[in-house]
Design a protein around this ligand. Structure first.
Ligand code: FAD
Length: 311
């Protein structure tokens, strides 16, 4: 099978989600990558370490424009005769994958969490209902587009370096243009984070978030919060996880002063290990926890931070 994987670069660097998507594509078939932006060819060539044979790079897409990127991916898919297109299911991937599928006349599977089973057709396991259930989705079209959930499959280094070539396509005009973009802060981006320290209304006010940030900084973790905390403005909205916020799958999720309402769990219950800190031993979050501390976050978070610093 011929596989095309779309990846994006940020500040000239590739993300873990990109390596995962390429590794995933490589297990399906001969993998070519299409990308855009100003990353050095030497950086893009490292995708060969995850199985990419070739990287096609376009240097003229404007501002991550969804429409131009759709045309770029479709042109690259036609160029390499792709049977399968793989896209990471992040913010940009969500915008482009359905459009690419429509233009290619391809069946689109979103929320993929495993390799396709080709023993009887082409069946992909997906996450549905905010991670509360799985679905096995059969794709009957000749061409297929798969949106892969970040952190669902490992990025496996195989050794090697990919050939990098410029790829020009008719991108058309950008129908929309980003007028202004403001950074929402530094630190580890939440959707890709392997470690997350999160807190809720139990922290009483925004002035107490220093202990969350300190622990996150010690661990190299991203910070997150429950929805009410974002709604009342204690924390920015991009930190809100749950059914109506971001769904994450870190290796470690530490939740302090969060009750564990079902809408919160919907966004975090795919975390590999969950640690809950709550004063109320009856808090529902303890049922989903791998480790629980019945205690005051104001004491436990700083103590945990000091203990971890000693390692
Ligand atoms: P609370 O429910 O007030 O819980 C605070 C917890 O802190 C309690 O368990 C308490 O025992 C504990 N606590 C208090 N003091 C301390 C202390 N000193 N140390 C340790 N623990 C302490 N919520 C989300 O988070 N994400 C969503 O995406 C989301 N989507 C929603 C969608 C809908 C349609 C609806 C109706 C609700 C949604 N909610 C969502 C809200 C959700 O139902 C809960 O109300 C919310 O998650 C509760 O936030 P919390 O746990 O921070 O606050």
């Amino acid at each position: 099978m011929s596989v095309l994987v779309f990846v994006e670069t940020k500040d000239g660097q590739l993300s873990k989600a990109a390596f995962e998507a390429v590794s995933y594509g490589n297990k399906i078939g001969d993998t070519t990558v299409v990308t855009f932006g100003d990353a050095d060819n030497s950086v893009l060539a490292t995708l060969g370490n995850y199985g990419a044979k070739k990287v096609l790079v376009n240097r003229s897409v404007e501002d991550k424009n969804d429409q131009q990127l759709t045309r770029l991916i479709v042109a690259a898919a036609n160029e390499v005769g792709a049977d399968v297109v793989v896209v990471a299911q992040d913010q940009l991937g969500k915008a482009v994958a359905p459009r690419v599928a429509a233009r290619l006349g391809a069946g689109h599977v979103s929320g993929a969490i495993a390799l396709p089973d080709t023993s009887n057709g082409f069946v992909v396991k997906t996450n549905v209902y905010s991670g509360k259930a799985y679905a096995n989705v059969g794709v009957n079209t000749a061409k297929k587009v798969i949106s892969l959930i970040p952190n669902a499959v490992p990025a496996e280094a195989t050794g090697g370096s990919a050939e990098v070539a410029d790829f020009n396509a008719d991108l058309g005009a950008a129908g929309i243009k980003v007028k202004e973009m403001k950074s929402q802060g530094d630190g580890v981006p939440l959707p890709e984070a392997e470690l997350v320290v999160s807190a809720g209304r139990g922290l009483k006010g925004p002035e107490n978030w220093g202990m969350v940030e300190d622990l996150a900084s010690t661990l190299g973790a991203a910070t997150a919060c429950s929805r009410p905390v974002a709604d009342i403005g204690w924390r920015p909205h991009h930190e809100h996880v749950g059914q109506t916020g971001i769904a994450i799958r870190p290796n470690l999720y530490i939740a302090a002063g969060i009750s564990g309402a079902i809408q919160h769990l919907a966004g975090v219950n795919n975390s590999k290990t969950i640690v809950v800190i709550n004063t109320d031993s009856e808090a529902p979050f303890f049922k989903a926890a791998d480790y629980g501390v019945v205690g005051d976050a104001f004491e436990v978070l700083p103590a945990l931070n000091e203990a971890i610093k000693k390692f």
